[in-house]
Design a protein around this ligand. Structure first.
Ligand code: ZN
Ligand code: FE
Ligand code: FE
Ligand code: FE
Length: 234
């Protein structure tokens, strides 16, 4: 995009520009995921990222179909945002020594990328609707659904174990026993059924309960900071 030429003259131009932006971004993500996978030592995390790499390749193909349906040639335009997010992910990872902390860092970076994609697809879907490009919304929505699912899985992994393990509280959490374990247990079935739409509202309700329960468990077993003193310190 030329800063001085103002080559985006209409909403149609803006839509196409943003489509080229996410097309470029998806390709950069395909290139960057392998190094994130290498950095992950948690097996579920590595698998999740590998799955999403496969999905991302399909997303690129879907975007090519979007261009085709619009009568356009697939073309990317530089996206400084994704370049920055990837650069930051690599920079942060390069600073982390501990493997478990690195897992948490990788998830944090991956979620930043997912959120960028979610924002872009949400915008594109709204604009496509406004412009009457009904022949592309289904494809864009398919990509959005995968980004949201990827983000959700990363959340479950982070909150379910990776963050705690990175904090060094893993032993205490495991000993925390029944309450803790059933707390995580309620999450995984929702994930396994894979019924995204129907379970999402239910599972988010459960997640709140589970989160509360795990916080309670942490408070009783953690013994890191006495409740009273922690309160006054805040
Ligand atoms: Zn531009
Ligand atoms: Fe993507
Ligand atoms: Fe961008
Ligand atoms: Fe993604």
């Amino acid at each position: 995009m030329g800063l001085f030429t103002k080559d985006i003259k209409s909403m149609e131009d803006l839509f196409l520009h943003t489509l080229q932006d996410i097309y470029y971004a998806e390709q950069q993500i395909v290139k960057s995921l392998p190094s994130m996978i290498e950095k992950a030592s948690n097996r579920e995390l590595a698998k999740g990222l590998r799955d999403h790499l496969r999905e991302t390749k399909h997303q690129v193909a879907r975007l090519e179909k979007v261009f085709e349906n619009l009568g356009q040639r697939p073309k990317g335009t530089e996206c400084p945002a994704i370049d920055g997010l990837i650069k930051e992910a690599n920079a942060v990872a390069g600073e982390v020594d501990d493997k478990k902390v690195l897992d948490a860092a990788v998830i944090g970076s991956a979620q930043a990328i997912e959120h960028y994609e979610i924002a872009r697809y949400g915008t594109l879907i709204a604009w496509a609707g406004e412009l009457g490009h009904d022949n592309v919304t289904g494809l864009l929505k398919a990509n959005l659904r995968e980004e949201k699912a990827a983000d959700r899985k990363l959340n479950i992994l982070a909150e379910g174990k990776v963050n705690r393990s990175a904090t060094g509280r893993r032993a205490a959490a495991t000993r925390g026993g029944a309450a803790k374990r059933s707390g995580t247990g309620t999450r995984s079935p929702a994930r396994k059924t894979g019924a995204k739409r129907s379970t999402s509202s239910r599972s988010s309700g459960k997640r709140t309960t589970a989160a509360k329960r795990s916080t309670a468990a942490k408070r009783t077993t953690g013994a890191k900071r006495p409740a009273s003193r922690g309160r006054s310190a805040r």
